[in-house]
Write a protein that binds this ligand. Structure first.
Ligand code: NAD
Length: 260
């Protein structure tokens, strides 16, 4: 297979919606998920799972045209250290690993999935550790958060990872451009998936979600957000690189109108 688009977290939610859109256009898709329904079954929460995922994908297609680093755990996942593994290392390590294979394809590009949580902010020390590759201190900060307030630890770890994902895209724009590979980021707002259902049914978290300013609409279907990801994968966006696109009905603009 040549020219495939690789999607992590392809078995549900945004990943599944993107698989459907791309498949309907005749694009070859390689889905990675820990759950059934993916082409490559791998758990991105471990180094071995991430290595296996990359190796299996490259066995199927050594010259992918696109990679979408989408898989993510919810802020209410019981283990914030696992959130860090999937939502940060599962994005960073996969994107790093696929840069050269993408560079071997003339139209190579990648999209990372962040979140409106990035605009709300995270823990600066944790974000710095993530971006510096200081895994040991990152784990210590998460453990300290966990000891003081487990719910808060999940939220702070999640939003810090999402800030780091967006900053990865910005700070790697030069490196990826030199390799001839476009890299962009989509940051969804409220998106109707199992993850949002879980957040809205959580007594401590739901009020924060409900307090997000609402722009043109309160929430979007996964396929509405997937269409923005699809744009970044297409030649129509061939001059777009290093950008963060909030697909959130305007929530981010309402939250911080003076940030450009
Ligand atoms: P979802 O929970 O519906 O689907 C996530 C998919 O990722 C699932 O198929 C799951 O099995 C897979 N996954 C999770 N952990 C994995 C692991 N260790 N290894 C392999 N696969 C794994 O989530 P979603 O709502 O579709 O979220 C997709 C992305 O969008 C995530 O990065 C999420 O943080 C982000 N996001 C979602 C919302 C929202 O409101 N739903 C808002 C902002 C950002």
């Amino acid at each position: 297979m040549q020219d495939a688009v690789v999607i992590t977290g392809s078995a549900a939610g945004l990943g599944r919606a993107l698989v459907d859109i791309l498949s309907s256009q005749g694009v070859d898709v390689i889905g990675i998920d820990k759950n059934k329904g993916a082409d490559v079954n791998a758990d991105l929460s471990t180094p071995e799972g991430r290595e296996l995922a990359v190796a299996k994908v490259l066995d199927i297609c050594s010259t992918p045209r696109g990679v979408v680093a989408n898989a993510g755990l919810s802020p209410i996942h019981h283990d914030p250290l696992e959130i860090f593994e999937v939502n940060w290392l599962g994005v960073k390590n996969l994107l790093d690993s696929f840069l050269l294979p993408l560079a071997s394809n003339n139209n190579g590009c990648a999209v990372a999935i962040s979140s409106i949580g990035a605009a709300v902010g995270g823990n600066k020390d944790l974000i710095d550790c993530l971006l510096e590759g200081n895994i040991k201190d990152a784990r210590s900060i998460i453990n300290a958060l966990l000891n003081s307030n487990p719910t808060e630890a999940g939220i702070v770890t999640y939003s810090s990872c999402k800030v780091a994902v967006a900053l990865y895209v910005r700070t790697n724009a030069k490196h990826w451009a030199e390799a001839g590979v476009r890299l962009n980021c989509v940051a969804p707002g409220r998106m109707e998936t199992a993850m949002l259902d879980g957040l809205l049914s959580h007594d401590e978290i739901a009020p924060g979600i409900e307090a997000l300013p609402v722009g043109v609409a309160k929430s979007a279907s996964a396929s509405q957000v997937a269409r923005a990801v699809d744009f970044f994968l297409k030649p129509a966006s061939s001059f777009v690189h290093g950008q963060i696109l909030y697909v959130d009905g305007g929530s981010e603009a309402l939250l911080r109108p003076h940030v450009i």
